[in-house]
Design a protein around this ligand. Structure first.
Ligand SMILES: Cc1cc2nc3c(=O)[nH]c(=O)nc-3n(C[C@H](O)[C@H](O)[C@H](O)COP(=O)(O)OP(=O)(O)OC[C@H]3O[C@@H](n4cnc5c(N)ncnc54)[C@H](O)[C@@H]3O)c2cc1C
Ligand code: HEM
Length: 404
């Protein structure tokens, strides 16, 4: 809990700090990577650095956490912290690194805000930082323990046993542990980080959702090749996976993490609503495959929007899984419909005429504007916010606002 004195100082300075966070985080990453370039090799995602997305996510999370502390000093914004802790575990963050981040972050705050950072102001924000760091460190320790790995030691080699082209832009890789051991336990909806060495020798990580039932010994990821637009470069890791990785090759994967998963303990009978767009179908297919593998009697409704049936990854498999389940159905929307899906709707996803079970556990994945729009519609249809879980395929720039 934040002390009363610090709470007053944080309240008074939050607007100034929040207003300068973009400059602070730019400086923070600049000086940290200048002094500790090893953090850019096999830990931080340089695409997210170039686009500024990680900087904005960090800034948003600090402002969101401080606001939540002031609003409700006795509780923690669990969703915000869980999201970050799972991502940290998936990239191998260790508790000693919080001191490095603290040094550079507070150096940047002092430089940007200058004389406004009196000793009282510095001490109050220090308290916020260590409250947040402490909450993250304890969550990350638990995640490493549950995954049965040493903190930060999440990596393991996997062999590609099959490479399958799903659509012109999407490829699946079926993987088995290269050491012959059993696959670690994963939950339906979770993701792994994939670590690859780029042509310049620098290792890069990206996250990919498990697109098959996580219960077996094999894992599957399904990767969409990201094409550059309007002068921006093509995606580097998705491009490398598409161009270079073949059956028999080895890939380095993290243990599975991710806070958006099908929780079978509390909701074993509640209906499941899976809503996705584009490559956002991957965690949904994992959840669907798991429900089919355990012969779940739960009512399942799959809603998916895509450009066309030919570009809809895992479309035929989704149909097949829906058919195998006792009480499941699917509705697809296409901007350009095709003969493969004669019953599909045309255009973007609307929920007109779709009967939505109020007590459903809802999973949402796709581009942010799509998720915002659909979440709004679901809320208006009477589904409570707490039942809607969503996965963002990048630094989460939505959650901090929602948590604040
Ligand atoms: C939890 C989670 C699950 C995910 N699951 C999946 C999945 O199942 N399947 C899947 O395909 N993807 C998934 N993703 C997305 C995936 O992790 C990668 O983000 C994606 O593959 C793109 O990575 P990349 O290296 O190819 O692109 P990057 O090189 O990281 O580029 C990403 C974007 O940034 C732009 N960019 C890069 N550098 C610059 C620059 N210097 N200037 C301007 N713009 C720049 C690029 O043009 C591109 O648009 C998931 C992400 C998360 C966080
Ligand atoms: C209190 C301190 C910290 C806060 C508030 C914080 C916050 C965040 C946030 C908000 C994200 C994005 C999560 C998402 O994907 O939605 C993130 C990702 C990440 N964090 Fe932290 N973090 C902290 C400490 C650290 C430390 C100590 C390290 C290790 C040096 C670290 C390394 C990373 C990395 C590598 C990512 C993924 C970056 C990417 O994929 O672009 N963080 N963090």
């Amino acid at each position: 809990m934040l002390s009363a004195e610090s709470a007053a100082v944080v309240r008074a300075t939050l607007p100034a700090v929040a207003g300068a966070l973009d400059e602070i985080t730019t400086r923070f990453y600049g000086t940290m990577f200048r002094d500790r370039p090893e953090l850019l090799d096999g830990m931080f995602n340089r695409g997210n650095q170039a686009s500024g997305a990680q900087r904005r996510a960090l800034a948003g999370s600090i402002a969101g956490f401080a606001t939540a502390l002031l609003d409700d000093p006795d509780t923690r914004p669990d969703t915000l912290l869980d999201r970050i802790a799972h991502k940290h575990a998936a990239v191998g963050v260790t508790d000693d690194q919080y001191t490095i981040v603290h040094t550079y972050l507070f150096g940047a705050i002092a430089e940007v805000l200058g004389d406004a950072v009196t000793p009282e102001v510095a001490a109050a924000w220090d308290e916020v930082y260590w409250l947040m760091a402490g909450a993250l460190i304890s969550r990350e320790a638990r995640l490493y323990r549950d995954a049965a790995v040493e903190p930060g030691e999440v990596w393991r080699p996997w062999t590609v046993v099959e490479r399958r082209t799903e659509t012109p832009d999407t490829v699946s890789f079926l993987l088995r542990p290269a050491d012959g051991g059993p696959a670690p336990r994963a939950r339906a909806g979770q993701y792994v980080s994939v670590r690859v060495r780029m042509a310049d020798g620098v290792r890069q990580l990206r996250q990919y959702s498990l697109s098959c039932d996580p219960g077996g010994d094999l894992r599957r990821i399904t990767v969409k090749r990201v094409a550059g637009t309007a002068g921006s470069p093509d995606g580097e890791v998705s491009g490398l996976l598409h161009r270079q990785v073949r059956e028999g090759d080895e890939l380095t994967l993290s243990a599975p993490f991710g806070d958006v998963f099908l929780d079978e303990r509390d909701e074993s009978t509640a209906p499941v609503l899976l809503v996705s767009a584009g490559i956002g179908c991957t965690p949904m297919t994992g959840i669907l495959a798991h429900l089919a593998a355990i012969d779940s009697p739960r009512p399942v409704l799959v809603l998916h929007a895509d450009t066309s049936p030919a570009e809809h990854a895992l479309r035929a498999e989704t149909r097949e899984l829906v058919w195998r389940l006792t009480d499941a159905r699917a509705v697809f929307w296409y901007e350009r419909p095709g003969p493969q899906e004669p019953g599909a709707r045309t255009g973007l996803m609307d929920l007109d005429g779709i009967e939505l079970p109020e007590d459903a556990a809802v999973f949402l994945c796709g581009p942010l504007p799509f998720m915002r729009e659909v979440r709004g519609r679901l809320l208006r249809a009477g589904i409570p916010a707490r039942r809607i879980r969503y996965e963002v395929f990048g630094p989460d720039l939505w959650l901090p606002g929602a948590a604040a």
